[in-house]
Ligand binder design. Structure first.
Ligand code: GUN
Length: 281
């Protein structure tokens, strides 16, 4: 069986086309804002990509750059202004935040109906009980890529390597909703290979370049690579693509896999937020 490359760029572009068509006939354009705190170079690229695509699709966009040394109170003040800004239907505070800031306190300050990241306690709690109002973008993007293969998810063994609030945990909940048997592995997992070898669906979301090698992958499986690791001047995933592609049935490339889907899902969430009546919350 030859491997099928899952073309995230192409699948995302189908979402972009649909969003653009819908926005083009809206009188009040959906508004999105992104808050950046500090100078993380990767965040800078992600934010530029997100806002560039948003503007391209006809969204109203705003951007806030806060100093690395900003206090919790200063950041929450910006969050609160955005909560009250009628032109902004959804906004995100880009992570990671500087280490002196408690991320949970920032997420807790975002109005749930504007939480297009799906990271607030209410959104995460809703997802856990199957009330999918705002689903974290990268997790939703991974699910869409898995679905794009046309393979049945129900009853399959899904193994997620990485337990982050951004990807691992929400994706585990989504795959559970799809009736997969879900295992979450992480840095303290003993004998990782024992789990990954049994995975019909394997998702790597840890941020370690080429952590997943060919011997760890089940033949014919679906392999989703969330990793974006800068190695020299190259971007490398968490999966050793060149070798794993000879074993897997389906695999996402890096770049051009999960990345474009994160942007598509974020903008889909923002469009949704712009149409949601407040009574939903
Ligand atoms: N950092 C990496 N991915 C994300 C994301 O999806 N949202 C936010 N806010 N920060 C991130």
């Amino acid at each position: 069986m030859t491997v099928k490359i899952i073309d995230g760029k192409k699948i995302a572009s189908q979402f972009f086309d649909k969003i653009k068509a819908e926005v083009s006939v809206m009188k009040n354009k959906p508004g999105i804002a992104i808050v950046k705190v500090g100078n993380d170079p990767a965040s800078e690229i992600y934010i530029n990509n997100k806002l560039k695509k948003a503007a391209e699709l006809g969204f109203y966009v705003e951007r806030f750059n806060l100093d690395e040394k900003s206090t919790l109170g200063e950041i929450l003040k910006v969050v609160d202004k955005l909560n009250q800004n009628n032109k902004i239907h959804g906004f995100i505070v880009q992570l990671p935040l500087p280490t002196h800031i408690d991320e949970k306190l920032i997420m807790g300050g975002i109005l749930p109906q504007k939480d297009v990241d799906g990271f607030t306690p209410l959104s995460m709690g809703n997802l856990a009980i199957g009330n999918n109002l705002m689903i974290p973008a990268t997790a939703k993007g991974c699910l869409e890529l898995i679905k794009s293969t046309g393979q049945k998810i129900s009853g399959k063994n899904a193994v997620i390597v990485g337990r982050s609030n951004i990807v691992g945990k929400p994706l585990a909940l989504l795959l559970l909703q799809e009736n997969a048997t879900v295992t979450i592995c992480h840095s303290k997992t003993r004998n990782l290979v024992k789990y990954t070898q049994n995975a019909d669906i394997l998702v790597a979301a840890v941020g370690k370049s080429k952590l997943i090698t060919a011997d760890m992958v089940k033949k014919g499986s679906i392999v989703i690579d969330v990793g974006i690791n800068k190695v020299g001047s190259k971007i490398i995933g968490d999966v050793d693509f060149e070798n794993v592609k000879d074993v897997a049935g389906y695999i996402t490339p890096v770049p051009g896999g999960v990345g474009p889907m994160t942007i598509a899902m974020l903008l889909e969430n923002t469009l949704k937020a712009s149409k949601l009546p407040r009574s939903h919350y």
